[in-house]
Design a protein around this ligand. Structure first.
Ligand code: ZN
Length: 165
């Protein structure tokens, strides 16, 4: 994806108030993010790890969503799989991340959730730039382009659930 500025990121959020979008913790290292290797930008708030954010190009514009991480289940030691990049992690490497839906639905308390890599580094796991440990990636006969395409499609499908009324 192309590099985004802090202003673009803040303006992209669809499921929080303007005030929240202004205050939320945008990464300070935007200039050093590996944009060429990113299918979407995702990060956790370092001061509040239960808050996470995702910004992706939906084909028309950049769409940002604020996410809440469900409290990790301490007994959950089995492997679980990210629904975005299909990487498996043990422990709390995968979390249920929930987004308030945009608009009226969200005001009425409707939200959508999906299991995702807790650190939202899906793009880096796909490319082998970040290691999730042995057995984390399925052996698939797909090219990297196809894997990236699928990841973008999975993110778009999630964003659609957040934004479509
Ligand atoms: Zn993932």
């Amino acid at each position: 994806m192309r590099p985004l500025t802090e202003r673009e990121i803040r303006a992209s959020f669809v499921n929080c108030t303007k005030g929240e979008a202004k205050r939320l913790a945008v990464p300070r290292d935007l200039a050093e993010r590996p944009w060429d290797d990113l299918d979407f930008l995702g990060w956790q708030d370092p001061a509040a790890p239960e808050r996470a954010y995702l910004v992706a190009d939906d084909g028309v514009a950049f769409v940002g969503v604020a996410l809440r991480r469900a409290a990790p289940n301490a007994r959950h030691v089995r492997r679980s799989m990210c629904s975005i990049c299909l990487t498996s992690h043990t422990g709390d490497g995968v979390s249920l991340l929930t987004a308030r839906r945009a608009g009226k639905d969200g005001q009425q308390g409707n939200s959508v959730g999906a299991y995702m890599c807790t650190d939202l580094a899906c793009s880096l796991y796909l490319r082998g730039k970040k290691d999730a440990g042995p057995g984390a990636r399925l052996h698939e006969s797909l090219t990297l382009d196809q894997l990236a395409e699928r990841t973008v499609a999975n993110v778009s499908a999630f964003l659609e659930k957040v934004t479509l009324s």
